[in-house]
Design a protein around this ligand. Structure first.
Ligand SMILES: [Zn+2]
Ligand SMILES: [Zn+2]
Length: 217
């Protein structure tokens, strides 16, 4: 793994801890009940949950935001989620009936973070000298990726997956809009990326730019 970047296995998904001096940014929080696993991991690296100052959600699926409630309550960390996914999580039953698809159904069953600050495309978070937020819709309307120019890595959430080891388009069943996803991947292909960090797969670092360009075309 990259220096100061920790992949942490939580319930249902992998989260990332970005350790920048005294501040820790948590990217995604697993399903409900993941807090205990995060605490145990932090203890192993000599830190505690109070060091987590920021929780960034790559998107609003339950395996990514379920643990946000308890971890933000313990740490007082600020929670960041793209407004398009906050909006999606406010969906009502009648909207689901009108648009009966996996995305809306999952959103109806998922509890939104209580006080999420809207994060937007182009925002730069104060992590590793600047961690860029890219709004990359497709898997969900408010999916984001986090790009570190200094570390040459990108955290992609569920915008990408690995199939037989290769970098692949997101899971079509659980994704809202595959055309949007392709356009979002094209944006990633323009970045200087060495390592792709996924939520459900091991990192990819063979020839990341080439793999992204191939998918986007
Ligand atoms: Zn997802
Ligand atoms: Zn996921």
């Amino acid at each position: 793994m990259l220096p100061n970047v920790h992949a942490v296995r939580l319930i249902g998904a992998q989260a990332y801890l970005l350790v920048d001096r005294d501040e820790i940014t948590l990217v995604d929080a697993g399903h409900v009940g993941s807090g205990r696993m995060l605490r145990a991991y932090l203890a192993r690296i000599g830190r505690s949950v109070e060091h987590v100052t920021r929780i960034v959600c790559t998107h609003g699926h339950p395996d990514h935001i379920g643990g946000v409630h308890e971890i933000s309550a313990w740490s007082g960390a600020e929670v960041l989620l793209h407004p398009a996914d906050s909006e999606r999580l406010r969906i009502r039953f009648r909207d689901v009936i009108a648009n009966f698809a996996p995305g809306p159904i999952v959103a109806l069953l998922t509890r939104a973070p209580a006080h999420a600050r809207p994060v937007v495309d182009g925002e730069e978070l104060p992590v590793f000298g600047g961690l860029r937020v890219l709004h990359t819709p497709g898997h969900t309307p408010g999916s984001i990726c986090l790009y570190s120019p200094a570390g040459r890595f990108v955290i992609v959430g569920d915008l990408l997956q690995r199939v037989k080891g290769n970098v692949a388009l997101p899971n079509a069943f659980f994704s809202d809009d595959m055309d949007e996803a392709r356009k979002s991947i094209a944006r990633l292909a323009a970045l200087d990326v060495e390592t792709i960090l996924f939520s459900h797969y091991p990192p990819y670092r063979e020839d990341s730019r080439k793999a992204l360009r191939a998918l986007a075309s």
